[in-house]
Design a protein around this ligand. Structure first.
Ligand SMILES: Cc1ncc(COP(=O)(O)O)c(C=O)c1O
Length: 436
């Protein structure tokens, strides 16, 4: 390590603490990272819920290199390149039902902003411009831009930033440990929480509401799995009231829950779906909004020479990202990775729930290859016990975990082997015994 650490202002990081004891990754391959001092680290979180096919996959590496040499950039406004269409078609083919229109962005946050704007504009082009209200959910995470933090519900991400978007309201979150602690898979209690939407319709009038956005599985807030019947109920209520349903599938997309998308795992098709992360295996920044046919059709009115949706990014459908996306989807298909979580989830669940009696554990949640282990907060020092587990795992045991609040989150690459699942769980068990 030769460079000074001062200049880089790190995102979502305790900068001063980090710079006293940096954790630097230098190389990656398959299920592992290597640190700058050569230690091998088992990746328990697919980087940041994104490297679903594992690291440095040859097909993806090659596709990016070749693309950079062949066509480095193509303007996406009034111009395009063939791989953008190809990738859109491939993504649409994976999506449920008639979700067959794909709008590219560069991140999950941008996908969320795009979907919210699409929902508002959709109602307006249909002559229902009075539908301006957006409904999110407490504890939701939809990225860090203003739309996303407005509909999101994680207080630390909101409280410093003044006014949010106007006309936003929130459903209650679905976390109910009194009834659902240690549920394996979807908890039994809480479908009725979707009826909050009825309450908000009664309060604001349904005719003012444009869209509801939820994560099928709330990830960043600590892995909250939807109660049985909850998403179905939300879909019914949206249909009843003419409200668009948006699933934020930035984490659940591309195989995390055992099917290509959470929508398929839970059997509920939204109107819009936001994705990112696993779309390119995390290799090149890229996100997308996947829309149902009727949403797209609503925009395709009026004179054909006019732009239908005044929105887009300089790097929408970037050639490098499209090349990475196509190679990623090939890799997923060749290795059956988009359904591998469904094969492994029984083993994963059993391993995870074996931590039930470990010190400090108050809840364990799982679906597909995503897990959350919630700890009692240390008195007067919330989040620190879980963070100490993270530090122990990384520095002493060569395993990368992630924590959010006092929950340890797991979302390993979908290529994980059973022995590596054991290693993750043993690491957490050892760390839990060591932390105060
Ligand atoms: C559900 C959800 N939406 C949006 C985002 C934001 O994605 P990005 O960090 O790529 O902007 C995330 C990131 O974790 C997420 O989990």
């Amino acid at each position: 390590m030769t460079a000074a650490l001062d200049a880089y202002w790190m995102p979502f990081t305790a900068n001063r603490q980090f710079k006293q004891q940096p954790r630097l990754l230098a190389r990656s391959s398959g299920m592992h990272y290597w640190t700058d001092d050569g230690r091998q680290i088992l990746d328990g979180v697919a980087g940041l819920w994104c490297v679903n096919a594992g690291h440095a996959r040859p097909r993806i590496v090659q596709a990016i290199a070749e693309q950079a040499a062949e066509l480095d950039y193509a303007p996406p406004f009034q111009m395009a390149h063939p791989k953008a269409f190809e990738l859109a078609e491939r993504v649409a083919a994976l999506a449920p039902g008639d979700m067959n229109k794909v709008f590219f962005t560069n991140s999950g946050s941008e996908s969320v902003e795009t979907a919210l704007k699409m929902a508002l504009a959709y109602h307006r082009v249909r002559g229902e411009g009075h539908r301006t209200r957006l409904i999110g959910r407490e504890r939701g995470y939809h990225g860090v831009n203003f739309g996303g933090i407005s509909v999101g519900g994680m207080v630390a991400n909101r409280k410093m930033f003044g006014n949010m978007l106007g006309g936003v309201d929130h459903l209650r979150h679905t976390h109910d440990p009194a009834k659902n602690a240690f549920s394996v898979g979807q908890p039994a209690h809480g479908a009725d929480l979707a009826d909050d939407l009825e309450r908000l319709c009664a309060l604001h009038d349904a005719s003012t509401i444009a869209a509801v956005i939820v994560e099928p599985v709330a990830g960043s807030t600590g892995v909250l799995v939807p109660p049985q019947g909850y998403l179905q109920r939300l879909r019914e209520l949206c249909d009843k009231h003419g409200i668009l349903l948006i699933f934020d599938e930035v984490i659940t997309g591309f195989g995390r829950t055992g099917a290509p998308f959470g929508a398929q795992t839970f059997g509920v098709t939204p109107d819009l779906m936001t994705v990112a992360k696993g779309l390119t295996n995390g290799c090149v920044p890229m996100g997308a909004v996947i829309a149902r046919q009727h949403v797209y059709d609503a925009f395709m009115q009026g004179p054909e020479h006019l732009i239908e949706f005044f929105h887009g990014y300089t790097y929408s459908a970037h050639p490098l990202a499209c090349a990475a996306g196509l190679a990623t989807l090939d890799t997923y298909a060749e290795e059956g990775l988009l359904t591998r979580a469904s094969e492994l989830q029984g083993y994963f669940a059993e391993a995870l729930h074996s931590l039930r009696d470990a010190p400090h554990v108050i809840d364990i949640r799982n679906i597909g290859l995503v897990g959350g282990i919630e700890l009692t907060p240390r008195p007067g020092a919330p989040t620190q016990r879980a963070f100490d587990v993270f530090l122990d795992a990384f520095h002493k045991q060569g395993v990368l975990l992630r924590t959010t609040g006092d929950t340890i989150a797991l979302s390993p690459p979908l290529i994980i082997e059973r022995t590596q699942i054991d290693q993750l769980v043993d690491t957490i068990r050892t760390a839990l015994k060591r932390v105060a």
